[in-house]
Design a protein around this ligand. Structure first.
Ligand code: ADP
Length: 319
């Protein structure tokens, strides 16, 4: 059982020859789908094989209705706070080269309250793992992590987006932290006063990376995701899961990536599902599964709807 707390957005995507500049009007193709880090991760956890509960806030509008129908289709147990604001939206412009510009209207996501999460305490306590990100109010996410801690439910925090404030209290309530390179760079600047550009993270030697991870999360596990360079795993010495040094790199799986949007969400949802399903397995087993799941998600376009089914992952990487 995985409980995801977080955001849901209706993505509006316009694809044109170029990105619009100030004052310009372009014509292009339009598509719409559901996204938001929270929803993407809840869908990934579900399709990766876990029972998935998703706690979010929705407006009383067409987007909210679409979210409810989509959750039913995917078999997700939706626990939605009703908001007077519109359901969250993302306006996404994409050019011919796949570059994008995004504006997010948090809408209802900004209303997700600690008191609503308090009302979901029983579901959090019954879960194996709680997965959260930071497109929702920080105090709400902190409340969810603390309820999980109180009930010995493992806490997994994906500290995204990179400009979110991740304070010491959030870190202290986290068992597993999963930044990408940009988010890791932001955490290092904020908590350790280290200025290391995101692009340079993958070039650091493992001992240095491990030391930085230990500085950020002394008692927990960290997975720094490195896109096509795979990921780096670092455990506290008190938490060794049968791994010699407490740190290692997991290579990315070779795939024909056409759209890496949501790869991190795929990774986090699949990691949570694997961990919830096989608590006794070594941590590296869950990381390898999450890497495979995320790699396969890059072979189709879109975010939530491009999350693969478990059987597709097993068929593709059968060793
Ligand atoms: P985010 O989407 O949050 O920026 P990353 O880009 O780091 O996250 O991707 C998360 C994980 O997805 C990586 O650790 C890797 O396992 C997998 N992944 C991402 N891009 C690729 C790719 N091009 N090929 C194979 N796996 C990938």
């Amino acid at each position: 059982q995985v409980v995801v707390v977080g955001s849901l957005n209706v993505d509006h995507v316009w694809t044109a020859a170029s990105l619009p500049h100030a004052g310009q009007t372009l014509s292009g193709e339009y598509t719409t789908s559901l996204g938001g880090k929270g929803f993407n991760q809840a869908v990934a956890a579900r399709r990766a094989g876990a029972a998935s509960t998703f706690i979010c806030a929705l407006g009383d509008d067409a987007g909210g209705q679409l979210a409810r129908e989509s959750a039913i289709t995917d078999g997700i147990d939706l626990r939605a706070q009703r908001s007077l604001r519109p359901t969250g939206t993302a306006g996404i412009h994409v050019d011919r080269e796949g570059r994008n510009c995004i504006v997010i209207g948090a809408g209802a996501n900004a209303d997700l309250s600690a008191s609503f999460v308090d009302g979901q305490r029983a579901a959090i306590a019954a879960a194996d793992i709680l997965l959260a990100q930071l497109e929702s109010p920080a105090e709400t996410i902190l409340a969810a992590l603390r309820h999980a801690r109180h009930a010995a439910t493992t806490t997994l925090l994906n500290p995204a987006p990179a400009d979110a404030v991740v304070d010491a209290e959030l870190l202290a309530a986290t068992d597993i932290l999963t930044p990408n390179e940009t988010e890791f760079s932001a955490l290092l600047a904020c908590h350790l006063g280290q200025r290391i550009h995101g692009d340079a993270i993958a070039t650091l030697d493992p001992e240095t990376l491990h030391g930085l991870c230990r500085g950020l999360l002394p008692a927990g596990s960290m997975i720094v995701t490195l896109g096509a360079n795979g990921c780096f795993v670092s455990h506290a010495s008190s938490q060794l899961h049968g791994d010699d040094h407490g740190y290692y790199r997991v290579a990315a799986n070779q795939v024909d990536a056409i759209d890496t949007t949501g790869a991190g969400d795929a990774f986090n949802g699949a990691l949570a599902a694997s961990r919830a399903g096989r608590r006794e397995a070594e941590f590296s087993t869950h990381v390898r599964f999450a890497s495979r799941y995320a790699a396969l998600s890059t072979e189709s376009r879109g975010a939530a709807m491009s999350m693969p089914a478990l059987q597709d992952v097993l068929d593709r990487f059968n060793d």
